[in-house]
Design a protein around this ligand. Structure first.
Ligand SMILES: Nc1ncnc2c1ncn2[C@@H]1O[C@H](COP(=O)(O)OP(=O)(O)OP(=O)(O)O)[C@@H](O)[C@H]1O
Ligand SMILES: NC(=[NH2+])NCCC[C@H](N)C(=O)O
Length: 354
């Protein structure tokens, strides 16, 4: 479907069926109220809704294209934020990583029968820069330089190197994607939100020597800090991530708002911008969808396929993560995943014994 100007976008979303939060929350009255607005960075309503209007299979359907979009298009974005994160009003607690030094999550799967790997990621955007599609290549390069300088000061376990996509071969890139290390370039909703504009300029990945600490530079969000390893040692994964992030936070200022927490390109990431996940094998539960859905619903868990969002599971392995990121602290978000996965494993074991 080719449609670009605001009226075409509106016609598409208002006349077609879509289960997106955009469709649910953009009434004609709101559209008329917001259609002439723009932010000081130049973001218009068309930029915010383009992806959801062009992709009727979207779940959220909107992107903030700069930090100010959250205020200028608040009448549309706030209800979407509340709906996604299951909160009554847009409000976010102060950043709280928990008592990281004393952290002691018991391994959920000592024998490694169910949990294949554990990953926690936190998104961040540089303060004062717009997000795609408003962001220019010159700004991408400027931000890349700032972050690479900060990352190059990391030491010990976190020490590594930055690999620019501009100088990486297609095969090297694909290998990193296949190894679950690198971001993909084929998400249709992100593409229509400008996430791949100017590709590969200003993009790349920082990897520590063990490939357990990863930083994505300039996917949709400016930055994604990732810690991952095989097995189920959440304490180790989370500690590494927070320790690294705290060091970078001393050198780079991130976009933040008292009510919305850390700001992100997609409103689903707002607040903590934290997604804690495990790759979990659950053949019994896969056959009992009702039980599986009930546990996920009660613990606010999200299921994805084994290669991430918009992919299928394989051999009953799912990516299980916290769905909510706003209205709770970083520590609470991680616990939400941990408690939910604990119940999934217990139930999987009970079903095996039947
Ligand atoms: N627990 C995990 N173990 C190994 N790989 C993982 C785990 N969780 C996610 N991944 C991998 O991380 C990559 C990125 O996944 P995906 O894009 O779904 O999530 P994300 O990075 O959190 O970003 P977003 O939520 O914005 O899509 C994929 O290759 C996915 O398989
Ligand atoms: N990675 C994300 N930001 N996921 C949330 C939703 C993404 C996509 N734009 C949609 O609306 O379906």
């Amino acid at each position: 479907m080719e449609c670009n100007d605001l009226e075409d976008l509106w016609r598409s979303i208002s006349t077609h069926t879509s289960n997106s939060l955009l469709k649910k929350h953009l009434s004609e009255e709101k559209y008329i109220h917001l259609k002439k607005r723009s932010t000081k960075y130049g973001t218009t309503l068309a930029d915010v809704i383009r992806s959801g209007c062009k992709n009727l299979d979207s779940k959220v359907g909107v992107y903030a294209c700069d930090p100010e979009s959250y205020k200028v298009f608040k009448d549309l974005l706030d209800p979407i934020i509340c709906d996604y994160h299951r909160v009554k009003e847009v409000n976010h607690p102060k950043c709280d990583y928990g008592d990281v030094a004393k952290l002691n999550f018991r391994k959920l799967d000592e024998a490694e029968n169910y949990i294949i790997s554990t990953r926690v990621r936190i998104g961040r955007c540089h303060k004062g820069f717009s997000f795609p599609p408003i962001l220019t290549n010159v700004q991408r390069k400027e931000m890349e330089e700032i972050i690479v300088k900060a990352l190059n000061t990391l030491e010990g376990d976190l020490k590594g190197a930055y690999h620019s996509l501009e100088s990486m071969s297609r095969n090297e890139y694909q290998q990193l994607v296949d190894d679950h290390i690198m971001f993909r370039d084929d998400n249709h909703t992100l593409r229509d939100a400008g996430g791949y504009d100017g590709w590969p300029v200003g993009r790349g990945v920082y990897l520590n020597n063990k490939k357990t600490f990863i930083v994505w530079v300039n996917e949709g969000d400016h930055l994604r800090f990732i810690s991952m390893e095989k097995g189920s040692d959440l304490s180790s994964v989370y500690k590494r991530l927070i320790f690294a992030l705290q060091q970078v936070e001393m050198k780079v200022e991130f976009a933040y708002d008292d009510k919305r927490g850390f700001l992100s390109n997609c409103p689903s990431n707002l607040g903590t911008c934290l997604r804690a996940s495990v790759h979990l094998k659950m053949p019994e539960l896969e056959r009992c969808q009702e039980i599986l859905n009930d546990i996920c619903e009660r613990h606010n868990l999200q299921l994805r396929g084994v290669n991430g969002e918009h992919t299928e599971s394989a051999e009953a392995v799912y990516d299980v993560s916290n769905k909510r990121r706003l209205g709770l602290t970083e520590y609470q978000a991680v616990c939400e995943m941990y408690n939910g996965v604990e119940e999934l494993i217990k139930t999987e074991q009970q079903l095996e014994e039947k």
